[in-house]
Design a protein around this ligand. Structure first.
Ligand code: EPU
Length: 420
């Protein structure tokens, strides 16, 4: 028995869609909340399975978690216990690794099995480990489990060889209680990192420089509870913008921060999409002929790797050859194979994919091999003639809040079926 998503393509979309709180911020904010000694209330929490998995992990640590209304999560770590994190839930998502930094920062001891997440090629965590060690921790990896210990954490200067989002956030969390000043150089600058630092600072941390490539953290003795509202999800917003560019005459994507999407908006403009950009919305007003373009994924503010997959579905409809070059995850091209099943003409020669368009797409059976591959296939399904059946949709449900409801409200024909 398997649940699949089916999409009948060819319907023109219109209306307004509201973007939810950022998944990649949320999955770091939830572990960050455990550094507090009182309740942390987070507002704008998306209803996605990654949040449900993190809530299970919180409960395993003896933390009270209350879901209030549609999008509020109250996390009360005052009675928490530092238990080994070895349940199967740890392996369900990548973001489990944020408990490493948080537990190390709070207790000086962590036992955690290898985190999971989408397979995008090798995803090492050596930079996280290097950061923990620079703060004075010892890290052992035995039988699939990390054991991290520190009698005392002391601030240090840490240079990241690669501007890693995960390492930047994890080191920030480990350093909030460390003695003295920690400096992270070549830090990542993604908006989600700013959001996590904002939460920690509201709790009483002293973090400066987020959003630049040098972050300083002055250790404190105590963090209290607070209230925080999550930033809108720029990747979900991008998905709806690309989807609107592919299949709509008039769709407004609201609750977005256009500044977070500049690299995408300029590409959409370049390929021929008509848009109106407001303070917190973007209205997509259709297109004439689509022009091919080249894209190179880069750390923020460059073109996000998470957006190249959905955009590739749109580029199958552009005139000429587009080249997508992936510099973050060189194996992040499984969606191209699925698009080819639907009639696309894409040649993958890692680290690039050559998309020759325009090609009509036809609905068929495809597999969401990872979260953003799933988003790409939803867009392709909306464009295709006939019905597209998407398998392994648990990947999509990890990161898209109410995808079915949002799309059907725009006039799409998308439904779920349980098949043998
Ligand atoms: N890297 C290392 N060593 C490390 C850490 C990273 O070599 O210790 C490499 C990675 O292999 C990759 C590059 O550095 O080549 C960047 O990785 P980064 O650490 O920035 O990625 P991440 O923190 O694991 C987050 C998002 C991803 C997003 C990337 C890049 C979360 C939970 N995940 O992953 O989001 O693609 O940043 O922006 O925030 C998604 O949303 O679908 C997704 C995969």
């Amino acid at each position: 028995m398997e649940e699949v998503i089916k999409i009948e393509g060819g319907h023109s979309l219109s209306g307004t869609v509201r973007v939810s709180g950022s998944k990649n911020a949320t999955v770091a904010l939830i572990p960050a909340a455990i550094l507090a000694h009182g309740p942390v209330t987070i507002c704008g929490v998306p209803n996605i399975s990654d949040v449900r998995s993190l809530s299970v992990l919180l409960k395993e640590l003896g933390i009270e978690v209350i879901r209030k209304g549609e999008d509020i999560l109250i996390i009360d770590p005052s009675q928490m216990k530092n238990m080994p994190m070895v349940s199967d839930t740890v392996g369900k998502l990548r973001a489990s690794y944020y408990f490493m930094g948080a537990l190390l920062g709070k207790y000086g001891h962590v036992e955690m099995k290898m985190p999971g997440g989408c397979y995008l090629g090798p995803r090492p965590i050596d930079l996280h480990v290097k950061g923990f060690e620079a703060l004075g921790a010892t890290v052992h990896y035995e039988h699939g489990t990390y054991i991290i210990d520190a009698k005392e954490l002391t601030g240090n200067k840490i240079f990241l060889d690669i501007s890693s989002v995960g390492a930047t956030i994890n080191i920030m969390m480990a350093a909030v209680y460390a003695k003295g000043r920690t400096t992270i150089e070549n830090a990542a600058k993604e908006p989600e990192i700013i959001d996590v630092a904002t939460l920690l600072n509201k709790m009483g941390a002293k973090i400066r420089g987020v959003g630049t490539n040098v972050i300083t953290i002055d250790g404190v003795d105590y963090l209290n509870g607070c209230f925080h509202e999550i930033i809108p999800d720029r990747i979900e917003a991008a998905t709806y913008l690309v989807l609107a560019a592919a299949a709509a005459d008039d769709v407004t994507v609201e609750n977005i921060i256009p500044q977070h999407l500049e690299s995408l908006l300029s590409k959409l403009h370049e390929i021929g999409i008509r848009m109106e950009i407001g303070i917190d919305y973007v209205k997509v007003m259709g297109r004439d002929e689509l022009h091919a373009t080249d894209i190179k994924t880069l750390p923020y503010p460059g073109f996000a790797t998470d957006i190249q997959q959905p955009l590739t579905a749109l580029l199958t409809q552009a005139n000429g050859q587009s080249i997508v070059t992936e510099t973050i995850y060189q194996e992040r091209f499984k969606h191209c194979h699925e698009l080819n099943k639907m009639g696309a003409n894409i040649n993958v020669m890692s680290p690039s994919a050559m998309i020759n368009g325009p090609t009509p797409l036809t609905g068929c059976e495809v597999v969401a091999t990872d979260l953003r591959c799933g988003a790409c296939l939803v867009i392709a399904g909306l464009l295709a003639e006939g019905v597209t059946t998407i398998h392994e949709i648990y990947h999509i449900d990890r990161g898209y809040d109410n995808l079915d409801g949002k799309l059907n409200a725009l006039g799409a024909k998308l439904w779920r079926e349980v098949i043998e």
